[in-house]
Each structure stands twice: as C-alpha cells, then as structure tokens.
Design a binder for this molecule. Sequence first.
Ligand SMILES: Cc1cc2nc3c(=O)[nH]c(=O)nc-3n(C[C@H](O)[C@H](O)[C@H](O)COP(=O)(O)OP(=O)(O)OC[C@H]3O[C@@H](n4cnc5c(N)ncnc54)[C@H](O)[C@@H]3O)c2cc1C
Length: 395
Amino acid sequence: MKNRKAIIIGCGIAGPAAAIFLKRAGYEPYIFEAQPDHDDYTGLFLNVARNGMRVLRELGVDGQIRAEGIELRTMSFHSGRGKWLGKIEDPSPEPQGWTVKRGFLHKVLREAAVCEGIPIAFGKRLADLCIAGSRVTAVFEDGSSVEGDLLVGCDGIHSRTRRLILPEAAEPDYTGLISFGGFSRGVKIPHEPTQHMVFGKKAFFGYLVKRDGEIYWFGNLDYPGRPTRKELQSIPQAEWRRVIDGLYRDEIHPVPEIIRATESEIGVYPIYDLVSVAQWYKGPVVLIGDAIHATSPNAGQGASLALEDALVLAKCIRDCGSLEQAFRQFELLRRARVEKVVRYSRSIGQRKHATNPVQVFFRDLMLPFFLKQAGRQSNAWLYDYRVDWRERLTV
Ligand SMILES: Cc1cc2nc3c(=O)[nH]c(=O)nc-3n(C[C@H](O)[C@H](O)[C@H](O)COP(=O)(O)OP(=O)(O)OC[C@H]3O[C@@H](n4cnc5c(N)ncnc54)[C@H](O)[C@@H]3O)c2cc1C
C-alpha cells in the first residue's frame, strides 16, 4: 500500500482527520480546500461531544480543545415567560462535550495534518472528477488537476464530490429554520458547565459562558423558502441586528442583555440536513462527514460523526483486502448510527418551530414532561460510541 496517493477534498473537520488516519494506514494524502486561505472560514462555535473527543484523543489534539473549550455537563431550559422547564444532566463522569469556536477546531486539525507532513492546497475548488478503472483524477476550477488511487469527499453538506459521483442522490432537506449567533462580553453571568436554552416567545435562544466571561450565543428562527448561506449573508449586518434585537427585546434576563453586548459579527446559517443517501461510494471515490450524512445542529453531533467517519474509514482501508471491500465495510459499520443521529437531531429541532401564541402555550405546557422523559432516557448510544484504532477489523 506504500506510496498510494489519497486525494482529500475539503479541509474542514472530516478532511484533515481522514488525511492523518490514512497516512497512518500507509497512504500518501494530499488535501485540497476550496477556500483561498485558512483565515477565511472561521464561523461560529460548535460542541465536540465526548464521542468526537475520543477521536481527537487518538489524533493527539484533545488537550488543546479541553484547554480552550467550554466544558458541558448540563442543559437547562426556560420558557420565554420565565418558567423553568427543567434540565438534562448527563450521568457520565466524563463531560458531555466541549464547545469551541469553529475556527479553533479547524486550526487544531489543520496544524495536526501539517505536523504529519500532509500538504494542504488552498484555493482548490473541485469542479470535476474522472474515474478510469482504479484511478481517479480531480479537476479544480482553476484548471489544475491531480491523479490518485483514492479520493475522499469531505466537502460538506453541499458536496460537489457527491453530486459528481451520485447525480441521482437525494439533495439536503431544508429544516425550515435558520441559525444565527455571535460572541458577547460584559454581561455578568457566572461560568458553569451548562448550556442554557430559552424557548422564547418568538424564537429559540441558547448560550454558554466561558471561564473568561465571553458568552457564546445562538438563536433559531423559522424562515421561509430554501435560503442559501450566500443569500442570508447578503442581508446587511445592521438589518440582522435590528431583526434579532426585535425578536428578543422582551425575553427574560439575560437574553436581551446578551444580544446588546454582542461584540462580533452575527453569523447566519440556513439549517439543512441529509438523512439517507442510497450509495456512499463509487469506484475509488468515497464520501464521509456532512458530504454523505448531514445532521442539523440540534444534537451537537455533526462534527463528532465526521471525526468518527474519518477513523472508521481509514481503519477499514487498512484492514480490508481492497478499496471496494473497505468502502462496503465502512458503510456497513456507519450507516445505521449516522442515520439514527440525523433523525434524532431533526426531532429535537421540531420543538423549536412554534411561532404563534397557542403553539407556544402548548409547547411550554408539554416541555417539562418531555424533558423529564429525555432525562431518564439513556443517551449512551450517542455519546459512548467507541472505536479502537489499534484493534484490527475482522472482515
Ligand atoms: C449553525 C451550525 C451549528 C452547528 N453546530 C454544531 C455543533 O455544535 N456540534 C457539531 O458536532 N456539529 C455542529 N454543526 C454541524 C457541523 O458543522 C458539521 O457536521 C461539520 O462541520 C461537518 O464536517 P465536514 O468536515 O464533513 O464538513 P465541513 O465542516 O462543512 O467542511 C467541508 C470543507 O470542504 C470545503 N469544500 C466545499 N466544497 C469544496 C469543493 N468543491 N472543493 C474543495 N473544497 C470544498 C469547505 O470549504 C470546507 O472547508 C453545526 C452546523 C451549523 C450549520
């Protein structure tokens, strides 16, 4: 297997992780990223759940996330009228996860790949693919191309790789919600390992407080059509600030104060998901992470699933006799889990939709029962997933 070349499309989360594991499996990986450089894609923040942290530990970078992130053990819920709805506490001695800025996670993974001697080319947007027998050629928008023995599509929910190899595949579904958020300072709220959630009168709101007092906040709102990220970003910041201020002006303390204390730009994203694609690979090309199964952010699992995929795929390639067998095994090991998570996350999101006062009244009435039930249910299937890189697969 020595010197077999792996082309990795995308340097988000799945991409650098897959490159490092594939190098350990004997491949020579090269990463190609569409963004012109690595300063360009910082985004907001995300929770790396403890199942994802296990993969980061295998990569040797979990310590950086623990040092920088906000530890998360409890989720606490209020209604917009100030009624305490309940909390969900994870019984495990390990935190449920760690919340970090997206740009920080990208940086940690990218630097880990560079440390392993893996080249990363920026400004390389995949345009086309040519599969000839066991070889694959990737053609980029700038006219350049590269040939390899394996190509891993890690190019996210609107994956060009997926559309090229599986033109008939299902497209992502719009959930009807947008997510927006930012970073605030100067509101006196104690730091604790808790994510606070408010089922607001007009829109959902969540926040966490870092040790140094910085507040990471986000909101979800019903939004019509099938907006693209570009369309939402083309709306001026001042307009978003006006709309968001109006949504939360009459909410309980400290929601309006947090909004007013926002120091960063407000990031706005449409929420799509992708539950099930019939096929995950074609010839020497395989898809992982959001490119093949994308979950809405409600369960805080998309990044962790992408990391798990990277490890499991490389392990299958290392231990199977052929790529075809490895891809089949990868899909067999992963499909049921990832589809279950996407559906679970979708079901959580449905509770964020209430928009009229009658719906809000009944939602607030039912939520304490739902939260009690959710607290009793074991989430071990979600968080306690383990894959041992050293253990060999028996196929
Ligand atoms: C608002 C929001 C909040 C979220 N919060 C959480 C959370 O708290 N926890 C969590 O686990 N998940 C969260 N997620 C989901 C998480 O972001 C994704 O599941 C995760 O980023 C998937 O990683 P990935 O590497 O598969 O794809 P991405 O992170 O999307 O990376 C894809 C990369 O490919 C590049 N690319 C795209 N097209 C091309 C091309 N044609 N050629 C070359 N490169 C290309 C992109 O520039 C990008 O760098 C959230 C998502 C959103 C939208």
